[in-house]
Design a protein around this ligand. Structure first.
Ligand code: HEM
Length: 538
């Protein structure tokens, strides 16, 4: 009764079918009819008009005309690699996920990206980087769709179109912010001060990584782990590069971007080809799953917050090794579809309002980007575990489903029993209590502190990192045309730290304002400084 992912009996299935696209000794058309010439259109005489009946010409041009698919609306520019994740088993006490059991080895596909640039843009721009990992586990696909920064610009997904519109190229000239006016980006992040922390990370050296191989990765949101006994733990995911964390300086990034816009893509592919397989340790910070979902006063549902490693150490749980380049960029890197809702038993979500919006957004955009609802059948997206779903038909349906009753239970097809309520290793949502509440469009009071976490980050920086941050703010804000935006930005910086504000104000030739909120009393977190990076562990 399950799907027969491909052709009738006796014919090739799966990967074999994919290879058949280029099989046989002769060139053929798409229907398999042998061609004798693919260089000349069919014409009425050598100098005569081209004939409409030339199916080979029409098929060839028609297909070429549709070779491009829409690029991702964000994270369009990317590079990816295959690899393996080996679990240490250290998370097995807090999560029942099979791929986290001791010794488990899971194939993965990882895509790194910039956020704002188009598919053909340069690698070394100042931006956040995506770090998305697809684990093909025996219990289904788990996607960890993270970034190289542990915090995000906004607390509620409803603002995502706004921050992206503010950061994308100007609508009139389509010139990227990084090369021209910066007004909209800085207008947004100074009016929505929750963006201060992420912006500070962007202006730090983390905004221009040396290589994908030397970037940290973060799941950003707080997730919930579920153990075999049903107990739950809140968790933040971290990727720690074995090569340590390294950045370019601004001048290097500028030169690399001009000389080799593919600098990061080339670096990743070359390293893997040379056998220098990049490695990251996956680590977790764990927090008790208390009803208020805070830790040491930090609201764990606010994605503009991180939890300092000094308060909650990152515990290593496994090793990721990237060991194989994609063989076809389009088939794999371009068509891969990640989703924060791709979860396996043992890993669940929390009520972070940013995460909630993402759970809707990725599936929705992929229906457009990958032309219909069947993109999970594209080879790079296929689970490595059996699939027996109730989804039928639709654009680009690849499976030849059998049976007459695509519903369960039914009395016609037999097939798999209806398993409602039975714990058969199924994904069961954690029965978290939802407090009785009135519907509101508002943020909790705990989301209103926008300056103490940025201040901690600033205070944790070494002297040279501070110098780079001041230079970055000065350069980027210097590209704004609107004086009022620069002044508002200085006000935001004054609320973070007086030294930071004074440095940028001097660079811009403007007076440094007084803070409007008292400086938060926070301790530095040495682990935030790249200079203070204590990893790798060996
Ligand atoms: C794509 C990370 C917030 C919408 C991506 C990708 C990453 C990522 C890594 C690239 C995936 C790939 O390589 O294909 C994040 C992180 C976020 C965040 C870490 C915050 C913590 C959001 C929010 C939304 C959103 C709030 C919308 C409400 C999208 C969309 C794509 C995308 C539409 C393109 C997906 C595709 O075309 O396949 N994001 N994102 N993201 N993100 Fe996010």
């Amino acid at each position: 009764s399950g799907p027969d992912t491909m052709a009738p009996a006796g014919q090739a299935t799966g990967a074999a079918q994919a290879r058949m696209a280029q099989s046989g000794a002769y060139l053929t058309d798409a229907q398999g009819a042998r061609l004798y010439d693919t260089d000349h259109s069919l014409k009425a005489g050598p100098r005569g008009p081209v004939l409409l009946q030339d199916h080979h010409l029409r098929e060839k041009i028609m297909h070429f005309d549709h070779e491009r698919i829409p690029e991702r609306v964000v994270h369009a520019r990317g590079a990816a690699a295959h690899g393996v994740f080996k679990s240490y088993g250290t998370a097995a006490t807090v999560s029942k996920a099979a791929f986290l059991a001791a010794g488990a080895e899971t194939p993965v596909f990882v895509r790194f990206s910039t956020v704002l640039g188009s598919r053909g843009s340069a690698d070394t721009v100042r931006d956040t980087r995506g770090f998305a990992t697809k684990f093909y586990t025996e219990e289904g696909v788990f996607d960890l769709v993270g970034n190289n920064m542990p915090v995000f610009f906004i607390q509620d997904a409803i603002k995502f179109p706004d921050i992206i519109h503010a950061g994308k190229p100007h609508p009139d000239r389509e010139i990227p912010q990084a090369q021209s006016a910066h007004d909209t980006f800085w207008d947004f992040v100074t009016l929505h001060t929750e963006a201060t922390h992420h912006t500070l990370w962007n202006m730090s050296d983390r905004g221009i990584p040396r290589s994908y191989r030397t970037m940290e990765g973060f799941g950003v949101h707080t997730f919930r782990l579920v153990a075999a006994d049903g107990s739950t733990t809140l968790v933040k995911f971290h990727w720690k590069p074995k090569l340590g964390v390294h950045s370019l300086v601004w001048e290097e990034a500028q030169i690399a971007g001009g000389v080799d816009p593919d600098f990061h893509r080339r670096d990743l592919a070359d390293a893997i080809e040379a056998g220098a397989h990049p490695e990251w340790e996956l680590g977790i910070q764990t927090f008790p799953d208390t009803p208020d979902q805070t830790f040491e006063g930090i609201d764990l549902l606010d994605a503009t917050n991180l939890v300092p490693e000094e308060l909650a150490p990152v515990q290593p749980i496994g090793l990721l090794t990237l060991n194989r380049n994609p063989s076809n960029y389009f088939a794999e890197t371009e068509q891969v579809a990640f989703h924060v809702g791709h979860l396996v038993p043992g890993i669940d979500i929390t009520d972070d309002p940013l995460l909630a919006g993402r759970l809707f957004s990725y599936l929705d955009t992929q229906i457009t980007r990958l032309a219909g609802p069947n993109f999970s059948q594209i080879p790079i997206n296929r689970p490595h575990s059996p699939v027996n779903d109730m989804l039928r038909d639709g654009f680009h349906q690849d499976a030849v489903h059998r049976g007459v009753a695509p519903y369960r239970p039914n009395s016609l097809d037999g097939g798999c029993p209806f398993l409602a309520g039975a714990d058969t290793g199924a994904y069961i949502e954690t029965p978290v209590r939802v407090p009785a509440a009135t519907k509101v469009r508002e943020a909790p009071e705990s989301f209103s502190d926008h300056f103490s976490q940025p201040r901690r980050f600033w205070l944790s920086m070494s002297a040279v990192e501070r110098e780079h941050i001041i230079a970055a703010y000065t350069f980027e804000l210097g590209k704004c045309y609107e004086q009022a935006i620069k002044e508002r930005a200085l006000q935001v910086l004054a609320n973070v730290d007086a030294e930071l504000c004074a440095g940028v104000a001097e660079g811009l030739g403007l007076p440094a304002p007084e803070p409007t909120v008292p400086p938060a009393e926070v301790e530095p977190s040495p682990a935030l400084s790249q200079v203070g990076q204590s990893w790798p562990t060996d």
